[in-house]
Design a protein around this ligand. Structure first.
Ligand code: ITT
Length: 197
């Protein structure tokens, strides 16, 4: 079964493909392969709302079974920011380096560096909507480390580890991450989905 992925973020497509492996009965197809190139609007005040907004955008226009996901980094010492505004924290150009530098600057004087990544995947299949959430707890380091991953990975250290997501082997990130937890819930749902539907 094909599911069109409503994202323009190639890192997400790569991670999801790695997490799913080759023997899944579901094929996640980037929206670019059906000719969708635009940046889908994300104007909801919640992560779940944005995931649904992106999936509905594709479903309403193309009538395809699809998924979308939205992720936010919630930092307790910043009152939950950047949260739903993670991509644009330092400005509309969505620059990962500028976002990281602004987080480090705003946290410099704070004691509480606990944080979490929260991902919500929205699925629309045969006109029905479902959402699946994955959360990983951790903390924000005082400096960047590692060149792996993307976005805020070089400053996020998951609980139980002493390496940032940016330093970690990508296979380990993909076993424990917010995205893989949400994706596993999605797969459990789809694996029980009637095949005559
Ligand atoms: P879409 O096309 O799917 O919307 P996007 O890059 O705009 O892609 P989000 O709105 O979900 O994605 O972006 C949230 C922000 O969080 C953005 O700055 C990402 O770089 C960052 N982010 C998302 N997943 C991440 C991960 O696994 N590790 C580190 N940072 C991540």
């Amino acid at each position: 079964m094909k599911l069109i992925f409503a994202t323009g973020n190639l890192n997400k497509i790569k991670e999801v493909a790695q997490i799913l492996g080759d023997d899944s009965r579901f094929e996640i197809v980037p929206m670019s392969q059906i000719g969708v190139k635009e940046d889908i609007p994300e104007t909801s005040p919640t992560i779940e709302g944005n995931a649904l907004q992106k999936a509905r955008y594709l479903y309403d226009r193309y009538k395809v079974n699809c998924i979308a996901e939205d992720t936010g980094l919630e930092i307790d010492g910043l009152g939950g920011a950047p949260g739903v505004y993670s991509a644009r924290y330092a400005g509309e150009e969505k620059n990962a380096e500028a976002n990281i530098q602004l987080v480090l600057k705003n946290l410099a004087e704070k004691d509480d560096r606990t944080a979490r990544f929260r991902t919500v995947i929205a699925l629309i299949i045969n006109e029905k909507e479902q959402t699946f959430e994955g959360i990983i707890e951790g903390k924000i380091d005082t400096k960047k480390s590692g060149n792996g991953g993307f976005g805020y990975d070089p400053i996020f250290i998951p609980d139980g580890y002493n390496q940032s997501f940016g330093e970690m082997d990508e296979a380990i990130k993909n076993q424990i991450s917010h995205r893989s937890l949400a994706l596993k819930k999605l797969m459990d749902f789809l694996n029980n989905y009637p095949s005559n539907n």
